[in-house]
Design a protein around this ligand. Structure first.
Ligand SMILES: Cc1cc2nc3c(=O)[nH]c(=O)nc-3n(C[C@H](O)[C@H](O)[C@H](O)COP(=O)(O)OP(=O)(O)OC[C@H]3O[C@@H](n4cnc5c(N)ncnc54)[C@H](O)[C@@H]3O)c2cc1C
Length: 463
C-alpha cells in the first residue's frame, strides 16, 4: 500500500505497458511523462513484464505476435523497452526500487485476472499505481441501466453507449521523452513451437495498426455492412489483434467514423459490451451466464468428435474450412466463428467451454471477454435474447456466405476439384470424395432435433 510522501520528490516514473502497446492516443503515457517532469528530471521507465500467468496459457500464436509487438514498441522508443520476466507482484516493486520511481502508470485493466493483479501490485509498492484510461472507448462498469444494474442485452447497451459518448483521442506524446532503463532488460521470451506451425502473422505494432486502419478506411469501410459476413472476401477490418494488444485505441478509430459508419461502430461497441459483461460477471469465462446450462445440460465429451472438429475433419465443408483457417492463420472470419461454434455445441453437443479453450489456444486476437461471451452467445446461455433454438445450418450458411465456394476451396485442398458452390455439398457431386475429403460425422437434421430436445428440458426446468 502506498502511503509515504516520496511522491513529489525528484524521481522518475514507470510506465507499465500491458495491453496498450502504442505511443499515440495513450493517456497513461502522458500521465507518466507529466509526473516525471513535475517530480523529477523527466525520466520515464518503459516496462513490460512477461507474466507467466498470462504468457504460459497464451499459446504460440499469441506469444509470437506479442513478441513482435514488443519489438515494434521497443524500436519506436529507441530500443529502451525494459522487459522483465516474472510475477508482476515481485517484478514491479523491484523496478520501482531500482529506479527510485515516484509513481507507476498503467491503463486500467478490468479483466478478472488483471484487476486482481493490479490490486496486489498496488499493495506491494510504496508509490502510487496511477490508472489512466483503459483499452475501451468507455470503461467497463460505466454504462448502466437507469437503476444502476448492468445491461445484459446488446442493443440497449449500444444506445446507452452512444448517448454516453467517449473522449476524443489523447494528445500526441512529446517527441523528446527521456526513456530510461535503470536495470538490465531480460529480453524477449522464446516462443517454442511457433515455427513448426507454418503460420505467417500479419505485421505487429502501432505503425502496422495505423496503416491497417487507414487502408480499411480507404477501401473497406464503405462496403463493410454489405460484405462483412462474406467469408470468401476480405470485407472486415482485420484489426482485432491490433485492438487486443492496444496497438491502436478504439477511440482513435471512433474519431474517424462518420454518421454512415454505424455498422462498424456497432462492432467496436460489441468489444466494449463484452468487456462490460465480463467485468460484472468475472466467472463467465468458464461458467454459463445462465447456469442451467452447466447444471441441466448433459454434454458429450467425445474426444474423437472434438478432434475432428478441431482439425477440420467433420465432413461439413464450411465448418472444416473455418477450423483449418484458424490453424493456418491464427484467425477466423466472424461468421464462420459463429457457425463452427454452433456446430460444436449443437451438432456435437459439446460444452462451449471446450471450444472456447481451443479458440484461445489458436487465435491471434484471442481475448477472454470477446471469446467467452461470443461462445456463450452462440450457445444461447449468455447475453442477449439469444435463444438456444437458433441452430446454424452449416450447409446453408456456407452457401449464403461463401456463395462460389472460394473460401472452402482455399482451405480444403481435398475439395479444390469441385467447381463453384458444389464444394459445399460434395455428397451431391459425382467424384466429390475422390481426393480424400471425409464423410459427414453426424446427421445435422437429427443432431439439431436432439439439441432442441435438450433445450426443451431446460425450459421445462423453469427458473
Ligand atoms: C465464438 C466467437 C469467438 C470470438 N472470439 C474473439 C476473440 O477471442 N477476440 C476478438 O477480438 N473477437 C472475437 N470474436 C469476435 C469477432 O469474431 C472478431 O472480433 C472479428 O472476427 C475480428 O475480425 P475483424 O477485426 O476483421 O472484425 P471487424 O468486423 O472488422 O470488426 C472490427 C472490430 O470490432 C470488434 N468486434 C467485431 N465483432 C465483434 C464481436 N462479435 N464481439 C466483440 N468484438 C467484436 C473487434 O475488435 C474487431 O476487430 C469472437 C466471435 C465469436 C462468434
Amino acid at each position: 500500500m502506498w502511503a509515504d510522501t516520496t511522491y513529489g520528490a525528484a524521481m522518475p516514473s514507470v510506465l507499465w505497458f500491458r495491453r496498450d502497446l502504442r505511443l499515440q492516443d495513450n493517456p497513461a503515457l502522458l500521465a507518466a511523462v507529466e509526473a516525471a517532469r513535475a517530480d523529477g528530471d523527466g525520466k520515464v521507465v518503459p516496462l513490460f513484464v512477461v507474466d507467466p500467468a498470462l504468457w504460459d496459457p497464451a499459446g504460440p500464436v499469441r506469444q509470437r505476435y506479442l513478441v513482435e509487438s514488443l519489438d515494434a514498441l521497443g524500436a519506436s522508443i529507441g530500443r529502451n523497452l525494459l522487459i522483465r520476466h516474472g510475477d508482476p507482484v515481485e517484478v514491479v516493486p523491484e523496478v520501482v526500487q531500482a529506479s527510485g520511481a515516484s509513481s507507476v502508470h498503467v491503463a486500467a485493466d478490468y479483466g478478472p485476472y488483471g484487476s486482481r493483479r493490479d490490486r496486489a501490485v498496488e499493495e506491494a509498492i510504496d508509490v502510487p499505481l496511477v490508472r489512466t484510461g483503459s483499452s475501451y472507448a468507455i470503461a467497463p462498469g460505466r454504462i448502466t441501466k437507469g437503476d444502476g444494474t448492468p445491461y445484459r442485452v446488446y442493443t440497449p447497451f449500444y444506445r446507452a453507449w452512444l448517448a454516453h459518448g467517449w473522449r476524443s483521442p489523447a494528445d500526441d506524446p512529446p517527441a523528446d521523452i527521456d526513456w530510461w532503463m535503470p536495470m538490465d532488460c531480460q529480453g524477449r521470451p522464446e516462443v517454442p513451437g511457433f515455427d513448426e506451425l507454418g503460420i505467417t502473422l500479419p505485421p505487429a505494432g502501432e505503425q502496422a495498426a495505423l496503416e491497417r486502419w487507414d487502408a480499411f478506411r480507404a477501401s473497406g469501410l464503405a462496403d463493410y455492412d454489405e460484405l462483412r459476413n462474406r467469408a470468401d472476401l476480405a470485407g472486415t477490418s482485420a484489426l482485432s489483434h491490433h485492438l487486443k494488444y492496444g496497438e491502436i485505441h478504439p477511440r482513435t478509430i471512433l474519431a474517424d467514423l462518420t454518421d454512415g459508419d454505424d455498422g462498424f461502430r456497432r462492432e467496436i461497441c460489441f468489444r466494449d459490451f463484452y468487456a462490460d459483461v465480463l467485468h460484472h460477471n468475472p466467472t463467465s469465462t468458464s461458467a454459463s451466464l445462465d447456469d442451467r446450462y452447466d447444471t441441466i445440460m448433459r454434454w458429450d465429451n467425445d474426444d474423437d468428435a472434438f478432434a475432428a472438429w478441431a482439425q477440420g475433419r467433420t465432413g461439413f465443408p464450411f465448418v472444416d474450412a473455418g477450423m483449418r483457417q484458424l490453424r493456418a492463420e491464427g484467425w477466423m472470419h466472424n461468421r464462420v466463428r459463429m457457425v463452427v461454434a454452433s456446430f460444436l455445441i449443437k451438432d456435437l453437443h459439446q460444452p462451449w467451454q471446450r471450444g472456447a479453450a481451443e479458440f484461445m489456444h489458436w487465435l491471434r486476437d484471442g481475448d477472454l471477454a470477446s471469446n467467452s461471451q461470443g461462445w456463450q452467445w452462440t450457445a444461447g446461455c449468455g447475453t442477449d435474447a439469444s435463444p438456444f433454438y437458433r441452430v446454424f445450418n452449416p450447409i446453408t450458411q456456407g452457401l449464403k456466405f461463401d456463395p462460389d465456394g472460394d473460401y472452402v476451396r482455399r482451405y480444403i485442398p481435398e475439395l479444390s476439384h469441385l467447381p463453384g458452390k458444389t464444394a459445399h455439398e460434395p455428397w451431391d457431386v459425382l467424384g466429390g470424395y475422390d481426393h480424400g475429403y471425409p464423410e459427414r460425422i453426424v446427421d445435422h437434421k437429427a443432431e439439431r432435433e436432439a439439441a432442441l430436445a435438450d433445450f426443451a428440458a431446460i425450459k421445462r426446468s423453469g427458473a
